[in-house]
Design a protein around this ligand. Sequence first.
Ligand code: SF4
Ligand code: SF4
Length: 429
Amino acid sequence: MAKTKQERYEQIKRFEDDLGQCMKCGFCTFWCPVYQEERIEPSVARGKNMMIRGLLAGELDYTREYAERLNDCTLCMACTVNCPAKANIPNVIVAARADAVKARGLKFPYNIVYRWLLPRRNLFGWVVRLASWFQGIFMPRTKGTIRHLSMFLSALGKGRNIPQIAPRFLRQMVPVVNVPPKGVKTKMRVGYFSGCMTDFVLPDLGKHIIDFLNRNGVEVIVPKEQGCCGAPVFLGAGDFDTGRVMADANVKAFEDVDYVISDCATCTSALKDYAKFLADTPQRKEAYQKFAEKVKDISQFLVDVLKLPSSAYKPAAKVRGKKVTWHDPCHLSRHLGITAQPRKIIKSIPGVEYVEMPNADRCCGMAGTFSVYYYELSKQIADKKVEAIKSTGADIVASSCPGCEIQLIDGVLRNKLPVKVMHIMELLK
Ligand code: SF4
Ligand code: SF4
């Protein structure tokens, strides 16, 4: 039976107010990182808005070109925050991706990765590990700590320089319950959300964060049942049905804690977005909203909730005497409004010189699935970020999104810039 208009555009209709707010002034063209590279109207919020309106008016259909144009956006929200009408077109883009997936389905291999692997954290981890072993056997390693990831992910990453898969995953390194050491009073009990990157690629970072929290009187629970935040699935690919399965699992995994701490800006934002995009029943809406209130970015938690004194931020040995700059992940700065807390932490570290980067909140071009589909474009956006880093003369660029970190590592390596990319928590002892 043919779908009604309401069914065909079910998700877009939920965000019709955002769609209607655009007055076509074109101000977003100055801020959109994709438009700045491509210089074509369908790249920018105004053009995408017109395209989606055309779909609703029956002038366009769910063609391949339409789907590709929807993917051609980093969801950085630079258009929204600089829009005189505050039109939230990225909301509409995500909703339009969901309607397009309902109409067209997901292509191979993304259907396998999104529907079968990402919702199964253990299976996904072992597939990645297996692929990494095969790569070790069949492909030469590059020098140093950076080499191409497994062929499986390399195919998705189009040959980008990516840190290798860790020999042990975080979930194999830490118990479920991590208590403060003897002599340190427990002030609080939190859950730790370990995103896929921290679990599989940067487990030492996860372990370091748990130890840091323990030393500062926080008991840390790491539920084994937690999984991927779902960002690539529901925000990137528009697969809301699978996103709901993943959201339900994460909400349940953390139901017994008051706070859920995340070290990844994209994960933090995605966990908070469940209510906006995935709540299809009043029960889910209530559960997702409650969950969103518990989710905190690590720097926000340390500064605003735990209220650590400056003396708690001691330098890690490798950052003493170094010049550090900060890259604002879009999901932290524009999506969540967190910009002051990380800067406060870095500026509190004795022996570290902080230097502000020009356009520190400009998108690095990673944006998960976007950089998989459009690696060349993603590299062009990253090169502008690398120029900004270079202008600071910093030894270290810090951030708090493993996705941005991969992009920055790739950018500095390609541009032969002698700058180390670190997570903000790695700056601390
Ligand atoms: S999205 Fe905002 S800035 Fe862009 S054309 Fe519409 S009203 Fe203007
Ligand atoms: S979210 Fe970012 S990339 Fe997408 S249209 Fe807006 S400014 Fe451009």
